[in-house]
Every structure is written in structure tokens, then in C-alpha cells.
Ligand binder design. Structure first.
Ligand code: ADP
Length: 550
């Protein structure tokens, strides 16, 4: 961490560290009656208040003390979005240990690699993950105990895990008398590994300071715009970049929290949203696809939902329009990454856009948006020279800010910064007024005859076709052009669509040479552990594909 010169005259303000524990303390004192509602892995609905959450988090902090977990020790979780996971968020980080959230959709060997790399001391898991934990537990070298997040009645009669403990037993046995300790705000608070589509996963190690600042910034009106009048349903998992910070920013503002547990299908989400009068939600596009299908097929309407953040992958304009025009739900397109805690930009309109015709407003909203205060960005060419903000020139996107990593955990991968900026691996344009638009991930860009074709644009056009459910565009080998675009498409159930028809629909929408050379129809696209389409898998699948133009 860099050192800055000290002024001879320092400010005379209280030096109170920005700590995660202060968030739950605040929520409990000032929004004590506001609810946290969870669909549990047990299947039923659980509800309690921020006050009770704080009380149980203090009990859990005493449990960790009894385990002799010390400042900086890593404690892992393998769990869905739910109240016990929330208690751990505060008990672990609040007591000075490091909350290591693990993605349960990874392979058991990958999980074991991460646990060993992080040197986790204890591991908490949802009861439905017992078979997975049994599979990787023998490979874990540092874990002293496994805690199953359920009551005694749900504990298995037999298990291969030697040191298996019961969450509710531990809570019941411990007192809620606990003073949250004070320590340096730059201390590590939580750890999240990137999905590691290439090579081993690397850890982003967040600090208390970065997390609290990110919580303030992400709650602001032109970011997620959260308040104590909201009911917030994070579909984005708590094991994926801390559910985009919502378990912190919701209690910071007093918003009611609604956790969906493992039930992420359209029907379950819709029912929970309606039952709990959810006003705000957040997730990746693939999840919303399921929700929109369910709502559309059953001719339903949202009665309380007013806005949703869609990010993690480009939101197809057709999805945005369905939410906005059919259901009156505002979509905030957001961009970020694990290394950025994750929030970088959110797209909202300004006063100056009011007079624009609807079509132009829509065009702005389809971009990934404006930075939130704290983050700065620029685009550069291959030599690292800054490129103009003209909305057309694209280049490698670099960012900096107090909630962006300066190195990976254990300095894996060495120095990652370029002159103090973090290279995101994304390619983007920036408009003169600072609206950023992602063209592609640099590794997904299609390189045709020395020029670049952005796959996101092509996918968006394909997905606007009424017969298309999902589309991904990849570059495949071409003897003359090196690469040409191949569109891989899942048709809507029962829909008829020919290759020629789909290619025809690109006419007039993009430069002619961007038009995909061919279409391949498939039953499904490969989806990764965080709900995103896996382009590398598709590329592998089509690596020997012969284009008709080749
Ligand atoms: P992983 O690499 O583990 O999938 P992240 O969730 O950190 O992890 O993904 C970050 C990447 O996701 C970004 O670098 C970008 O390529 C992509 N991404 C995130 N949000 C958007 C968005 N709104 N539009 C396009 N791409 C996005």
C-alpha cells in the first residue's frame, strides 16, 4: 500500500476506523425493526429483524472467539443467500477475521484448491452442500472444523466429516455479550476468488475501508439508489463478490432484505418478490431471462418492483425494453468485476437527457454507464497511450479507486497494475460526457482481417429477434480473415427460425462486414459458476468448425 506525505497541519476529526461491524450496529440501532426475510434451504420462509440479526451475529462472534479465530484468519462459507450467511458476514469480518465466500458451483477439487490457498481455519456450509463438502473435506489441509448451517434436527446421522458441528447448537450455547473490536480500517475483511476461466483462481482481498466506502458509493441515487423504503432482493449470490455489496449497503440504508436461498427459478423469484413487496433487485442477465419467461408465459405483472440492476454481463437491449416498457421496471445497467468490489459504473439518465426522444434515451441506457464517485477510468491503446472519449474509439479499459485491488491475494500473478491503473481485460468506448460502453472482453473480441468486431453488439441484435432465446457470438478460424463471427443460438421453445432469416435481421443494423458468417443452433449455452455464458467453452466446442465462407 502506497504511503503519502503528511501535512504539518492534520485535520482534527475523530479518527474512527471505517469498519464493517459499524454497519450492522447502525442497522440494529436505527432500523432495528426492519426485516430480513429468507427462503431457507429447509424450504420454508424465515423472518426476523436487523436487531435479531445483530444479536445472533454477536453470538457467532463469540463462537469464533471460542474457536480461537484471530485477526486476519480466514473463515470460509459455502452458502446461498440467507440470514445465517448474513450473520456470518458480520460475525467473521466484524470480529477481525476474513470472510472467505466460496462458489459452491465450482468443482470439489477447485474448492479444495481455494480453501488450501486461502488457508481457511473453519468452513461453514448450507446443509444441501453436505455431499460436496464430504467430497473435498479430506483434501483440506488447514480446516479445523466444518459447521453445517442448520438446526440439530437436520444434522446427518452419519458422515465422513470427522469434525462436523451444528450452527444452531453453537448459537444456542453462546452469549450475545460481545463488543466489536476496533482495528485498522485497512485490515482485510473478505476474500473472493475470481472464477479462473484460465489458470487457477486468484483472490481479491477486500478491506474494511474499501467495503464501507463501496457501500456508501453504491447506495447513492445514481448508483443503486437504496433507502429505508426499499425491499431489496439480491439474486446475485453472496458468494459472488459479496452479492455486489448489498448485504452491506442495504443495512447501511435500512432497506428490508429479502434472500431467495437456492430457489432462483422464475416462479420462485416472482412469488417471493410479490409476497415481500420487493422494490429492488439485482442479478446477471441469465437469471432475468428465467424470470421474464415465467412472467410473460403466465401473463403476470410486478406489483411493487420498480427497478433492477443488471450486470455481470452485457444486458441485451431486448431484455431492458421488456422490463421498461412491458412491466414499468427501470433497468440500471451496471458494470464491474470481482477485482472492483465490484461496482465501477451504473447507467442512469441525467437532467439533460429529459428532452431526448425515447429512442435516444434507450441508446444511453444500453451503455454500461457512468463511474460512481471513487472510481476513475480511461481507455488506452496497445502502447498504453490514452485514447479519446468520442464514443467511437475503443481501447483497453483501465480503472483506479479505493475499492479496486492493487494486487491479488498472496501477490499471485505479481504486479498487476499499469502505472497505478488496473487493467480490466475489457475493451470499451467512452462518450464525451463519460458514458462507458463495453465492446467486449479483450479475449472475446473477434479479429477479422486486422480489425475488431465486438461480439456483444452481434449478440444483442440476435437476441432482439423474437424467436431467439439466447445467443453468443465467437470468432472461428477463417483462412482469409483469420477469424469471422459465428453466431451460436438457442431458439425459443417451439419457435421456427432459419439461419438465413436470422442473418437477414442484421441488415442495416451494423456495418456489412460485421455480419456473422454463419449460425449454429444449439439446445443450450454453457453457463458458468456465476451464471454467465462461458465463451471459452463455446470456442472449444466449435474449434474445428468450418465456415461456409472459408
Ligand atoms: P469473472 O471473471 O469471475 O466472471 P466477474 O464477475 O468479476 O468475474 O466478471 C467481470 C467481467 O464481467 C467484466 O470484466 C466484464 O467483462 C463482464 N461484465 C460485467 N458487467 C458487465 C456489463 N454490464 N456488460 C458487459 N460485461 C460486463
Amino acid at each position: 500500500m502506497s504511503q503519502f506525505p503528511k501535512s504539518p497541519l492534520m485535520g482534527q476529526m475523530m479518527n474512527q476506523p471505517l469498519l464493517i461491524s459499524s454497519i450492522i450496529q447502525h442497522a440494529s440501532r436505527y432500523f432495528g425493526d426492519n426485516e430480513i426475510v429468507s427462503r431457507r434451504v429447509e424450504g420454508d420462509i424465515h423472518r426476523y429483524t436487523y436487531r435479531e440479526c445483530h444479536q445472533r451475529a454477536r453470538k457467532m462472534a463469540n463462537v469464533l472467539k471460542g474457536f480461537d479465530v484471530k485477526l486476519g484468519d480466514r473463515v470460509a462459507t459455502l452458502a446461498w443467500n440467507g440470514y445465517r450467511h448474513m450473520e456470518l458476514y458480520y460475525a467473521i469480518s466484524g470480529s477481525g477475521a476474513v470472510m472467505h465466500t466460496i462458489n459452491p458451483r465450482l468443482h470439489p477439487e477447485q474448492i479444495a484448491y481455494i480453501v488450501n490457498h486461502a488457508e481457511d481455519q473453519y468452513l461453514f456450509f448450507d446443509m444441501n452442500f453436505l455431499p460436496i463438502v464430504e467430497a473435498f473435506a479430506p483434501l483440506c489441509k488447514t480446516v479445523k472444523g466444518f459447521v453445517m448451517m442448520c438446526g440439530r434436527d437436520r444434522m446427518p446421522e452419519r458422515t465422513s466429516i470427522a469434525n462436523l458441528l451444528c450452527y444452531e447448537d453453537l448459537i444456542a450455547r453462546h452469549s450475545d455479550e460481545y463488543e466489536w473490536p476496533l482495528f485498522d480500517e485497512n485490515s482485510a475483511s473478505s476474500l473472493c476468488y475470481t472464477s479462473g476461466t484460465t489458470g487457477n483462481p486468484k483472490g481479491a482481498l477486500y478491506s474494511h475501508r474499501s467495503t464501507v466506502l463501496h457501500s456508501y458509493a453504491s447506495a447513492m441515487p445514481d448508483a443503486m439508489n437504496l433507502s429505508a423504503r426499499d425491499a431489496v432482493l439480491p439474486v446475485v449470490p453472496m458468494f459472488h463478490v459479496n452479492a455486489w455489496g448489498l448485504p452491506y449497503s442495504a443495512p447501511l440504508t435500512g432497506a428490508k432484505l429479502v434472500f431467495p436461498g437456492p430457489a432462483l427459478d422464475g416462479k420462485s423469484l416472482f412469488e417471493l418478490m410479490e409476497q415481500e413487496k420487493v422494490t429492488f433487485s439485482a442479478g446477471v442477465p441469465t437469471v432475468w431471462l428465467g424470470l421474464l419467461n415465467y412472467v410473460g408465459q403466465n401473463d403476470l405483472k410486478f406489483s411493487a418492483l420498480t427497478r433492477t440492476v443488471i450486470g455481470g454481463a452485457a444486458c441485451p437491449p431486448s431484455m431492458m425494453q421488456a422490463f421498461r416498457h412491458r412491466y414499468g421496471v427501470e433497468v440500471m445497467h451496471a458494470w464491474g468485476m470481482t477485482e472492483m468490489s465490484p461496482l465501477g459504473t451504473v447507467c442512469t439518465l441525467q437532467l439533460k437527457h429529459d428532452a431526448l426522444p425515447e429512442e435516444q434515451k434507450q441508446a444511453v441506457l444500453e451503455k454500461q454507464g457512468h463511474v460512481v464517485f471513487g472510481v476513475d477510468m480511461k481507455i488506452v491503446d496497445a502502447a498504453g497511450e490514452e485514447l479519446p472519449w468520442d464514443g467511437k474509439t475503443y481501447g483497453d479499459l483501465l480503472v483506479k479507486g479505493p475499492w479496486i485491488i492493487d494486487s491479488y491475494f498472496k501477490c499471485e500473478g505479481g504486479d498487476v497494475l499499469q502505472d497505478g491503473w488496473f487493467p480490466t481485460g475489457d475493451v470499451a468506448t467512452i462518450s464525451p460526457d463519460g458514458y462507458m460502453q463495453i465492446t467486449d472482453r479483450s479475449k472475446d473480441v473477434i479479429k477479422s482481417g486486422g480489425e475488431w468486431i465486438g461480439s456483444i453488439d452481434l449478440e444483442n441484435i440476435a437476441m432482439a429477434h423474437p424467436a431467439v432465446q439466447q445467443a453468443a457470438c465467437i470468432g472461428v478460424f477463417h483462412p482469409k480473415w483469420d477469424e469471422r463471427p459465428l453466431l451460436v443460438v438457442v431458439r425459443k421453445p417451439g419457435a421456427e427460425l432459419s439461419k438465413a432469416e436470422l442473418i437477414q435481421s442484421f441488415e442495416g443494423k451494423i456495418a456489412k462486414w460485421w455480419t456473422p458468417d454463419d449460425v449454429a443452433f444449439v439446445d443450450a449455452l454453457p453457463i458458468g459458476a456465476t451464471g454467465k455464458v462461458l465463451k471459452n467453452k463455446i470456442r472449444e466446442q466449435f474449434k474445428d468448425y468450418k465456415l461456409p465462407t472459408a
